[in-house]
Design a protein around this ligand. Structure first.
Ligand SMILES: [Fe+2]
Length: 214
């Protein structure tokens, strides 16, 4: 281990070269609190445990060049299939529609998103798994709606109550101590990461879509 690698490596250089500077502050307030019942999602996960998508955190052809470069660098510096397991439901249209029903119109009004433009994913991170630092490429959303020219809004909704070791970092904001339904906008091109270094599953929703037109 050489001394230089305590402060910089190929991944920090990649981030620095794109102007991401942790010493600058990003203002980030909670967007809203949705009225959701965690049990609705736990019931779904219990029934659908075996149908989740579990993809290795590695470059793949369906992702953008930048997304794949972030994954390649993450792989170089400690992330592998053993510590990045994300259980993920919502790619199936039936699941996506089911989630929209559970969330309901009232909550979509709070979000300010048009449900027909939304892709909803339910994510479950078991203890010991991490989503390394990245920015979002919205590839799944663009593919679903064939809208590669648009930038949607990405929201992260906490479903399970905050517990030991659960965190979301958005630039220099460490988000913790949340309640079910707490919702944050993850701004476009802003670096973020999350993880579960705790003892209970961390369950969240990722809602990606277009704002309601005024
Ligand atoms: Fe993300």
């Amino acid at each position: 281990m050489d001394k230089k690698s305590f402060t910089e490596n190929e991944f920090t250089q990649f981030i620095d070269n794109r102007g991401h500077d942790l010493s600058t502050h990003l203002d980030l307030e909670m967007h809203c609190n949705l009225k959701i019942k965690p049990d609705d999602f736990y019931d779904f996960i219990e029934a659908e445990w075996m149908s989740s998508a579990v993809l290795p955190y590695e470059p793949r052809p369906s992702l953008s060049k930048d997304a794949n470069e972030q994954m390649r660098l993450a792989n170089l510096f400690g992330y592998h299939t053993g510590n990045t397991i994300k259980r993920d439901w919502g790619k199936l249209e039936a699941h996506n529609e089911h989630f929209k029903k559970i969330i309901g119109d009232e909550n979509f009004s709070l979000l300010g998103l048009n449900p027909s433009t939304c892709l909803v994913r339910l994510l479950c991170y078991m203890p010991g798994n991490i989503f390394p630092v990245h920015w979002d490429g919205f590839e799944g959303w663009a593919e679903k709606f064939d809208s590669w020219h648009l930038t949607p809004t990405r929201m992260s909704v906490f479903v399970s109550p905050w517990s030991w070791g659960h965190y979301l970092q958005v630039h220099d904001n460490m988000i913790s101590n949340w309640a079910p339904g707490d919702t944050y906008i993850v701004p476009d091109k802003v670096l973020h990461c999350s993880g579960n270094g705790g003892i209970l599953p961390k369950v969240t929703l990722t809602i990606t879509g277009l704002p309601v037109k005024e």
